[in-house]
Design a protein around this ligand. Structure first.
Ligand SMILES: NC(=O)c1ccc[n+]([C@@H]2O[C@H](COP(=O)([O-])OP(=O)(O)OC[C@H]3O[C@@H](n4cnc5c(N)ncnc54)[C@H](O)[C@@H]3O)[C@@H](O)[C@H]2O)c1
Length: 392
């Protein structure tokens, strides 16, 4: 199957590393020259099929092209996907599928009219741990309440939502949509709900604001006398620990250390977390009251030092507790657990513990066999709707 990839950044590179064998990349679209050249070399895509501008790509016919992976920035998802489905190409679209409900429904409608499949990269649906949670939740009988917390963790919070590309609503949409659409999708998928019901939401920037800067903090970590004691130090994150550096492009003739050094001195990722231009919340609480009265309480926490999700699902027969890769089922007051319920070894496993590859396999199989993907645009609507209603 011939496919095109639109947007060859971090996510696309991960998908390209685990494509099924029968899938061939025939076109690439990416404005950053270095990314385009590196991906073209790695996947043997000839220069005439490499585009730095989507308009030039869409201006050509591309006979034989069947499907497209879209991993461009969030606000471009719907415009790019519309152009693809109008040409009869199936689309695997990064999350969030859209940044507004209106756009989401427009795309859903266009995909129906064109009779193509749109899959959404909501890999929790294919992640072994989350699949187990869903299986155990099915033992509970009718569910009355779910409490779910997502702790973003200090590194991801600083890199992505304070210093990085998801720190400003106007550029990407609210944080609840960009971060918790996975969670909202998983929970509503688990319950089988067709709509998000009534949604209440409150949030704030409680930590990452200039009024919270410690006395004496400099504008950049490299200049900061407090750098060694700050949990958000960019010097520590990128230079000493070498974490979160996969998005830094290394031009020919330079080393990663050179690039990090330049970024720390002059780039967005070297800024003090208390002196950035972030305007997305770092804490938010959202409650959805579904049509049957079930309550889903969700909390996004960007200020804690932990990373991970904590979920409690209460049903008529008992409860499911999931935390840190471990899940247990409590029925009639007693714990029903086994060694199989410890998935913590997968916590840091690459490519979302195999879920990325499973997502690709499922999508391309769906195209080949003519069935909806597991995480289809249609079935992902309630979770996205919850996020749109949570707003901010
Ligand atoms: N499924 C997940 O778990 C997950 C995780 C992280 C990010 N994402 C989503 O994946 C998408 C990409 O995120 P990323 O981390 O790879 O970001 P990224 O910035 O590394 O990659 C995006 C790429 O799109 C390119 N681009 C910009 N304008 C374009 C255009 N007009 N046409 C084609 N390409 C264009 C950028 O140059 C960049 O290389 C985002 O929508 C993000 O929300 C999903």
């Amino acid at each position: 199957m011939d496919i095109a990839v639109l947007g060859v950044g971090n996510r696309a590179r991960k998908y390209l590393s685990c494509l099924p064998e029968n899938v061939r990349v025939s076109c690439l679209v990416e404005p950053e020259d270095i990314r385009l050249r590196q991906a073209a070399a790695r996947h043997n895509v000839p220069p005439e099929n490499c585009y730095s501008n989507p308009d030039d790509f869409f201006a050509q016919q591309h006979p034989g092209l069947e499907a497209v992976i879209i991993a461009a920035p969030d606000k471009l998802h719907v415009p790019l996907a519309l152009s693809c489905v109008e040409r009869g190409w199936h689309v695997l679209l990064e999350k969030p599928a859209a940044t507004s409900e209106e756009q989401y429904l427009m795309l859903l409608n266009a995909a129906d009219n064109a009779k193509v499949y749109v899959g959404v990269c909501l890999e929790l649906r294919l992640h072994p741990f989350f699949r187990r949670i869903r299986e155990l939740a099915a033992e509970l009988g009718p569910i009355s309440r779910i409490d779910h917390e997502e702790h973003i963790g200090p590194d991801r919070m600083a890199h992505t939502f304070v210093r990085g590309l998801w720190s400003q609503k106007a550029a990407t949409g609210p944080i609840f949509l960009s971060k918790c659409c996975h969670d909202a999708d998983f929970l509503l998928w688990l319950t089988g709900a067709k709509s998000a019901g009534e949604v209440h939401s409150r949030g704030a920037i409680t930590r990452f604001r200039s009024s919270n800067a410690p006395e004496g903090a400099a504008g950049r970590c490299v200049d900061c006398p407090l750098e060694r004691e700050c949990p958000y130090s960019a010097v520590d994150l990128y230079s000493r620990r070498g974490a979160w550096t996969s998005g830094f492009d290394v031009p020919e003739g330079q080393t990663l250390a050179d690039v990090i050094d330049e970024e720390l001195r002059n780039g967005r990722y070297g800024r003090c977390v208390y002196h950035c231009d972030n305007d997305v919340f770092d804490t938010q609480t959202v409650t959805a009251v579904l049509d049957d009265g079930m309550r889903i309480n969700m909390h996004l926490e960007g200020t804690s030092m932990q990373e991970g999700r904590v979920t409690q699902i209460i049903g008529e027969r008992g409860m499911v507790l999931a935390e840190g890769g471990r899940v247990s089922l409590l029925l009639d007051g007693s714990v029903v657990a086994s060694a199989e319920d410890d998935y913590s070894a997968l916590n840091d496993a690459p490519l979302h513990a195999g879920a990325d590859a499973a997502l690709l396999r499922d999508f391309f199989e769906s195209v080949a066999c003519g069935r909806e993907p597991v995480a289809s645009l249609r079935s992902a609507y309630p979770g996205h709707q919850l996020c749109f209603l949570a707003g901010h």
